[in-house]
Ligand binder design. Sequence first.
Ligand SMILES: [Mg+2]
Length: 411
Amino acid sequence: MLALPFTFYQATRRLNSQTMKITGIETLVCHARMRNWVFVKVLTDQPGLYGWGEGTLEWHTRAVVGAIEDIAQLIVGEDPRRIEHLWQMMYRQHFWHGHGIIRCTAISAIDIALWDIAGKIAGLPCSQLWGGPVRDYVRTYCHLGGGNMEDFYETTVEDARVFGDLARQAVENGFTAFKSMAVPPTMPIEGLRPVKLAAAAVASMREAVGEAIDIMVDCHARPSPAMGLQFGKALEPFGLYFFEEPCWPESVDGLAMINAAITTPVATGERVTELTAFRELFARRACEICQLDITHCGGLSAARRIAALADAYRIAIAPHNPQGPVSTAASLEFGFSQPSYIICETVNADVPWRGDVVSEGFTVEPKGRLVRPNTRPGLGIEINEQEVRKHPFEQELLQRVFYPDGSVGDW
Ligand SMILES: [Mg+2]
């Protein structure tokens, strides 16, 4: 049985009350095959008023759940309307700053839920709290296979034809843009073969869908800067929409070198959690597209700061979002409020019951996969807790990479 929505009438009435308190923070883990979605529910002392957040971090589920429990003691009893104040407490108190990936993911989940609460109190979608909507629709893209694990992560570049088939399928499903993993793991230096294979896979996709469709390639930070440059040069003739993580995110010099050497725009940022690290990426022109992850970078509060910083460099925003439905709703609300937001990453076929665990306030047009604005307050979503409980935590599937000589590679 779902709780009744917190209506605008209730909200107006409650606003007269001087006090409002967070009474608890619950986590709900939902095993979605490759990932365990970590949903967070921030409860308040106001009847029917709570917020949903998400802090999904594959292979680190228990750590994030524990970190949320640790942070809860800082903010239970506090006023949920003081979002920035609570963010500062979560990030700066207890000595350790909150930019490590585990704690920053926990902070993000809670922060997203606090914005959901703020929207419910105001009776407005979150994007309207931030001055939106700034556009009529948000464009979306899919992963090859809709995010089905085998199609997206396990199609190898040896089979260029499969890339073409999956690309055609994405377009048949209404998408005008999709992402592939057409760059194989390589040792720091390898010869021509992997580069030729990557080019053949991308050629197959381009041939299948024509020039009106946008193709993205995610290198998953597998290559060294030297190999990333070779892949980038080889794929340049295919006019990719963006070229993602062509080398380790820590290698800002490598990213900047590749971004300067090719016309294809470089995208990165999904593993970055500190405002100062984003500033370094931007100032050294290491990317043209910032893929901040709202569920890892410090939530919507931090995402808004990062986007403002990106604006100063005229760098576009395309949040990383292969996670669950709360993350998607957060990315869309953000997209309707940020002028530099270009496209929303989506996954729709990771598990067949994805639609059962959530009710969403936005609509997706099947042709073009354009999203029209959410009209419900907050993030506009409701999580069906009974459905979530049908999919309890399971250890994530191992996804490891070793080079042919047995040494460790990057997934
Ligand atoms: Mg990526």
